[in-house]
Write a protein that binds this ligand. Structure first.
Ligand SMILES: *[C@@H]1O[C@H](CO)[C@@H](O)[C@H](O)[C@H]1NC(C)=O
Length: 500
């Protein structure tokens, strides 16, 4: 009753392995899936999502005198600012084009990572390029490129038919979030967070910083010439800066890029979208003229992750101001080694730590990092009398808010120990952000922001049984709240006063 000889031979383990691999490749091909990684999931909010890359020329200036040792060229010369816009798009319009998760040229990013690993040579760069291409070379961002903004004039009549009560006094306007990435990241490192927010009615501008902290970025001038900007270590600069000064310079450069992004957004809102499109070296934004008056410039928030969170805290100093009209801050895992944290802040601020960031005791400027971050939130709340929160997203690790765990879920949970479902991880950050934006809109506290302090220190639960039983199970599952305005008396000594 054995298998016929021809079949028996074919069922060797090697044959099975090869067939399985072949089948897998065919499935990936059929379903348009990247070979060794997961596809980025579609966004879950009520709007379709559009995306536009904008690279706008800036008033050219040197933020510092430092030059690259090998070329003598300035290392912190601001020439253009690059950001990706994610926005609520008109319903059901599909674009021909899509944006790749690793922008072209892929070899640039590969070389950038090799430089981070300090093994940058022709051979490793080639190996990294092939690896990156195999892993994520075909991963696309599931947003429609350069489609019209939701409710633009062109589609306004259709829009009114569908949403008769949505906007009584003109076209819908959307709050704005400017997002600053962390080290070794780029404008496409947080697309899920940004895209989910866009699908919930926010316009997000994800900056790509050229301060030498990213793996690699192409600076594209309006005349078409390009310069590759890689990671620049202090030792590669002249005169070699001390680490503190190097980071301070990087953050000053990032702040200049944040201000330039705000300037471009303001120009778009004031009706100069056509000029922004014409000057855009990335050649996107054909409909930007229609964006006039559609950005809520008075409800603009600055958000950042890691080094970007440290930079956001810095840029919130003096806000809201003309250059930095931010009315709130969203601070995700402020850097542990990216310089001192600014606590001179006069706007509502929400600080979220990943579990791994809260759990690990790190000494930061002579104090535990957790205590330093908590003191920032307490100062904003108790001294500046602006609403401030400090919370830990349970089960998350430092990269949980980035796209990395979605694309390589297995790899990331092995290497970083995240226990939260990867999509749930990003969504918790999205929901908290949405709650914070809602609070800025009308003072309503909802979701996690409705709760009182649960854990003044990490893992130190102060709730009694009654409170624990009464608490929303979803909030309890995902959050520890370290600093929050008391609902009864937000500012000790100033009971009953609600912030303006
Ligand atoms: C920036 O500095 C370099 C010299 O390091 C100089 O050649 C360049 O003109 C400066 N750029 C501006 C806009 O001043």
């Amino acid at each position: 009753m054995g298998l016929p000889a021809v079949l028996r031979r074919r069922w060797s383990s090697r044959y099975i392995l090869c067939s399985a691999a072949g089948l897998y490749i065919v499935i990936c091909f059929l379903f348009d899936m990247p070979l060794l990684s997961s596809k980025l999931p579609n966004y879950t909010g009520k709007y379709d999502v559009g995306t536009i890359d904008i690279e706008a020329p800036c008033a050219r200036r040197n933020v510092s005198d430092l030059v690259f040792t090998n070329t003598g060229k300035p290392a912190f010369e601001l020439e253009t600012v690059l950001f990706s816009l994610y926005y609520p798009a008109v319903d059901k319009v599909r674009s021909q084009k899509s944006h790749l998760w690793v922008p072209k040229p892929l070899s640039l990013t590969a070389e950038g990572y090799a430089r981070f690993a300090k093994i940058n040579n022709f051979l490793t760069n080639s190996v990294f390029t092939v690896a990156l291409w195999t892993l994520v070379g075909s991963t696309k961002i599931p947003a429609q490129v350069d489609v019209p903004l939701h409710g633009t004039v062109k589609t306004y009549q259709d829009y009114q038919k569908e949403h008769p009560s949505d906007d009584d006094d003109g076209l819908p306007r959307f709050p704005v979030i400017v997002f600053s990435h962390g080290m070794a990241s780029s404008r496409t490192s947080y697309t899920q967070y940004c895209g989910e927010l866009a699908s919930r009615g926010f316009i997000v501008a994800a900056i790509e910083h050229r301060d030498g902290s990213g793996p690699g970025s192409v600076i594209m001038s309006t005349d078409g010439s390009t310069t590759n900007r890689f990671l620049a270590r202090p030792s590669e600069l002249q005169p070699e800066p001390a680490m503190e000064d190097y980071k301070a310079t990087g953050l000053a450069f990032r702040q200049a890029e944040i201000e330039e992004t705000v300037r471009v957004l303001r120009e778009i809102n004031e009706g100069s979208g056509k000029a922004v499109y014409t000057a855009n070296s990335r050649k996107e934004g054909v409909d930007l003229a229609e964006w006039r008056g559609r950005l809520m410039m008075d409800r603009m928030v600055l958000a950042g992750h890691s080094y970007g969170a440290t930079g956001a805290l810095r840029a919130l100093k003096g806000a809201p101001s003309a250059e930095r009209p931010f009315v709130g801050g969203i601070i995700l895992d402020p850097g542990k080694s990216s310089g001192p944290l600014n606590d001179d802040i006069n706007v509502p601020t929400m600080i979220i730590h990943s579990s791994s960031w809260s759990k690990k005791l790190t000494i930061f400027h002579g104090q535990p990092h957790f205590a330093v971050v908590k003191a920032v939130a307490e100062k904003i709340l108790n001294e500046r009398h602006k609403f401030a929160w400090f919370m830990t997203a349970k089960g998350t690790t430092h990269p949980s808010v980035t796209d990395a765990p979605l694309i390589e879920p297995m790899l990331l949970s092995w290497t970083t120990g995240a226990t939260i479902n990867v999509r749930e991880g990003v969504l918790q950050y999205v929901k908290a952000t949405q709650d914070f934006m809602r609070f800025l809109a009308d003072g309503q506290r909802q979701g996690v922001l409705k709760e009182e302090v649960t854990h003044p220190e990490y893992d130190h639960d102060i709730r009694d049984d009654a409170r624990r039983a009464a608490m929303n199970k979803e909030i309890e599952k995902y959050w520890q709240i370290h600093v929050a305005p008391s609902t009864a008396c937000p500012y000790p000594g100033l009971c009953g006063i609600v912030p303006d």
